[in-house]
Structure formats: C-alpha cells, structure tokens
Design a binder for this molecule. Structure first.
Ligand code: MUC
Ligand code: MG
Length: 390
C-alpha cells in the first residue's frame, strides 16, 4: 500500500512572450497550480491545474484550485492507497463534486506516480494505450493586431513550428473580426489552416451571420461561437452552417459530451483534460465523440509543461484526431518550468516516452517563479526584524 507522505501545492506565475488577447481577458502571464505528491515508497508525482485569465474563463481560479486541493482533496488522499488511482479519484469525487481543474491536477500527479511505479508512460494507463508518438500543434495568433499576427504566422511557417492557426475573436465588432480573419486567410493561403475561437461572445443571430461570413473568407472551423449552455442555438447553427462548429466551453466531461452529441450541437469536440474533470474523463469524452462521429481536437488551457505533457499523454491514445491539437502553452511563456523542455519539431510535439508523464520540474525556475517565494522572504525578513528588535 502506498500512502501519502508529502504534499506540496503552489502557484507559479510566468510572463507570456507577448500580450495574448482573448474575448474575455488579455493575458500578460500565466498562473499554474502545481501539485507535488510523494508516497511512502518515495515515489513522486506532479500535476498541474491551470485556467485562463483568473475567473474570466470559468468557475475555477488558480487560488481556488490550490485551496480545493489543500483543504478538501489532500485529506481524502491521506486515507487512500495512492497506487490505486481510479479508486482514489472515486473517493475524491464523493467529497468534491465539481472543481474539475483541481481534481485533474491531483489525478495527473497520481498517474505520474503510477506510471513511474510500473515503468510505463501515462498513455499506457489510459484507454487502449498509446497509438501515436507525435501530435500536430496549432498556434494561436492573438496579438490583437492583424499585421503582427500575419508576421507571426509567417515566422511559425518558416520555422516549421505550426501550420494550423487559431484566431481569437469576439471582442471587436463582428465585421472587423471577419475582416481580420479574412486578411490572415488571404496572406497565409493554402499553406495553413485558419480557425477561430469566439469564446462564447456572440449571440445566436451574430453567430448566424458571422459563421456564414467566416466560411466565405476561407476559415475552416468556428469554436464556441455562443454560450456553452446554449445547446439549442449550437444545434441550429450546426444544422444551418457549412462551417463546422467546435464545442469547447460547452464540454465539461462525459455527460455534457453525451448531451451535445445526442442533440447534434457540434461536429467537433475540443478535448481538454481539466475541463473534462481529469485524464480518464477526457478519454471518455473522446470515446463518446468518436462513437457519435464527431471530429476530435486536442485542446489546451494554456498549461505549462506539466499540464501539456499530461494532455499529450491522453491525446496520444485517441485513435483519430482529425483536427490536430493546440498544445503550445509552454511556447507562449517566457520560461519553460521543466528541467528538459518539451520537443516541438516539424509542426508537431513529441509525446514524452519516459515513465509517468515523462517530465520533471526545473527546481531553480520553480523556486524563482513560485508565488509564495516573496511571502517566504518577507516572513524570514520580518522574523529577523523581530529578533533584532528583541
Ligand atoms: C480556449 O478557449 O480554447 C486555447 C488556446 C488559446 O489561445 O486559448 C485557449 C483557450
Ligand atoms: Mg476555446
């Protein structure tokens, strides 16, 4: 029996290489919650829970992810055999009903430990196991400026890093957004696939017009044009429009996947491990999509290296990933927090092959970027001051 001997949860704040302009927030940095678990045999596992723009994307923030883990999940782990990942997560689910991102971070750490114990990558512990070693990787052009986005797209094509581009729209006037997308489609031509993500910011009427216009300018896919709970509108748009509609915020795990599939509300699923509620749940979402004839795309919450490796381990098990993936999160950050960076080459990410997630943290960078680093220093300084005054 492997019991919990140490747990550490901390937030790491890393700047982005440029402002990342989304409909609901502009990111200048990314905040990642890292959880590190060590069992009684000394086996260590790491996991990550990361969202976008504080509370502007969804129901969990970096601070709430950390507090859910520390206050409610770790005490459950203390009474579990950590080598039994599914049984442990079932106990966690009984005490923590929602909080998908927090649960995903912990499940990731447990699977990392399980893979290390067995000497296999996490992909071998998910579904039917690994079916591919590399994943096509999209890049998001979201500088907020058309000319800069075109130059960035050209640079990515030249470097053979990305040839799928996602544009973040929905913040500006619809016609300005379509002109922006049209200019990028025209500049990149058939060298790239251009898609958009509206992050729920259109009404059904706007989406009806916007999707038709986007189809005409050469855009290949529209992600979450209307609110995620508007399944009726998503179904009507999917039926009426030629351009495929991808569900993102609408997908919160297997039950939502089943609802979307049975109401024909999307023709593509953005698979996300955290939004699904964990790696096992994401694999179930993929299975439901595949059974329903829905195309699959490996999505991201712009995680750093740990969450990206965990997502890659799951996406490597999906038999058909028709729309590729967007696991570029670490490339948007000024620093990689892993001791060995993930391998991006030839428009793809190499799925790590080592035991567990196949990645480890760079301890110096973690020490530098940990949010509580200053608190420790201040505490030490105030203790010294108090001692000096005494
Ligand atoms: C989202 O909504 O899909 C993924 C890429 C990106 O730039 O933002 C995300 C989140
Ligand atoms: Mg999205």
């Amino acid at each position: 029996m492997a019991v919990l001997s140490r747990a550490d949860t901390f937030i790491v704040d890393v700047p982005t290489i440029r402002p990342h302009v989304l409909a609901m927030a502009t990111m200048h940095g990314q905040s990642m919650v890292i959880v590190r678990l060590v069992d009684s045999d000394g086996v260590e596992g790491i996991g990550e829970g990361t969202t976008i723009g504080g509370l502007s994307y969804g129901e969990e923030s970096p601070e709430s992810i950390k507090s859910a883990i520390d206050t409610y999940i770790i005490p459950v782990l203390e009474a579990c055999d950590l080598s039994q990942v599914a049984a442990t997560m079932a106990k966690v689910a009984k005490c923590v009903r929602a909080n998908h991102f927090a649960k995903c971070a912990v499940e990731t750490a447990l699977l990392d430990m399980a893979g290390k114990r067995m000497g296999v990558p996490v992909s071998e512990l998910i579904g039917g196991g690994r079916v591919r070693d590399s994943l096509p990787i999209a890049w998001t052009l979201a500088s907020g400026d058309t000319a800069r986005d075109i130059a960035e797209g050209e640079e990515m094509l030249d470097k053979r890093r990305h040839r799928i581009f996602k544009l973040k729209i929905g913040k500006r006037d619809l016609r300005d957004d379509v002109a922006h997308v049209g200019a990028i489609c025209k500049a990149l031509g058939d060298r790239a696939s251009v898609r958009v993500d509206v992050n729920q910011n259109w009404s059904e009427a706007q989406a009806k017009l916007g999707m038709a216009m986007l189809h005409d300018v050469g855009c290949d896919l529209v992600e979450q044009p209307v609110p995620g709970d508007a399944l009726g509108a998503m179904a009507r748009l999917s039926r009426l429009q030629h351009i495929p509609l991808m569900a993102d915020e609408a997908l919160n795990g297997p039950r939502s996947a089943f609802r979307i599939a049975s109401s024909s509300a999307a023709s593509v699923f953005a698979l996300k491990i955290a939004q699904s509620g964990g790696l096992f749940a994401a694999a179930e979402v993929a299975a439901i999509g595949t059974a329903a004839g829905i195309g699959l795309y490996g999505g991201t919450m712009l995680e750093g290296g740990v969450g990206t490796a965990a997502s890659a381990q799951v996406f490597a098990t999906v038999p058909e990933l028709a729309w590729g993936t967007e696991l570029f999160g670490p490339l948007l950050q000024t620093e990689e927090i892993l001791s060995e960076p993930l391998g991006y080459v030839d428009f793809s990410l190499a799925v790590p092959t080592g035991p567990g997630l196949g990645v480890s943290l760079d301890e110096d960078k973690i020490a530098f970027f940990r949010r509580d680093r200053n608190a420790t220093v201040v505490a030490a300084a105030s203790t010294q001051a108090a001692n000096a005054g005494a």
